[in-house]
Design a protein. Sequence first.
Length: 219
Amino acid sequence: MLRQLFAKSTAKHATFSFILFNPHREMHSRNKKAMELIAKGWSALKEVDRVIDYCELNDKRLIPLLRAAKENFELALEADNSNTHARYWLSKLHLKYHVPGACKAIGAALLVEAADMGDKDAQYELGCRLRVENDYVQSDQQAFYYLEKAVDQLHPGALYLLGAVYLTGDCVKKDISSALWCFHRASEKGHAGAAIAYGSLLLRVLFLRCSSPRMPNKI
C-alpha cells in the first residue's frame, strides 16, 4: 500500500516538475529577453546614425550611446547565445563604429558566425565585404557563396547585387534571365535601385526582341 502511494506521489511530483520546468518555455523566455535587449541596442545605434553626420566619428557625446548599444547586444548574446541578430549587430559595432573596446577581429569573427548560422543580413554584409576588401579569386567565390545564401532568403540588397553580377558576368557566366529574376524579386521587396534596373533591362530586352524577330522569346 505504502509502495503504491509512494509510486503515485513520485509520478505526480515528476509531472508537476515537468510542468514547472518546460524547456520550450524557457527557450522562448530567453529568446524574448534577447530580442528586448537587441531592440534597446538597435534604438541606441539608430540615434548614433541620426547625429553622426553632424559630428566627428570619435565625438565623446556618442560614447554613452555606443556603450549602451554594445552592452545591450552583449547581454542579448548572454541571454540567448544562438541569437544571430545579436551577433550581427555586435559585429557591426566592432567593424563600423568607434565604440570603446572595438576590435576588428572580433567583429569579423562575429559576422562570419552570424552568416554561417543563417542570418541573411550577415550573409549579405559578409558577401559585400569579401568582394570589396579582397582581390583574390577564392574570395570572390566565397562572396558569391554568401550572397547566394542571402538571396535564398530573398534579401533585397543581395538580390540586387547578384542581379548586377549576372548582368555584367562578373565572376559568373553572364545570364540575363537570372539578372531579370533577381531585379524583379528585389523590386518586389521595395529596393528602388532594383526597380529601376529591372525596368530598364526589361525595356532593353523588349527593344531587342522588336528589332530582331529571330530573337527567342525565352531570354
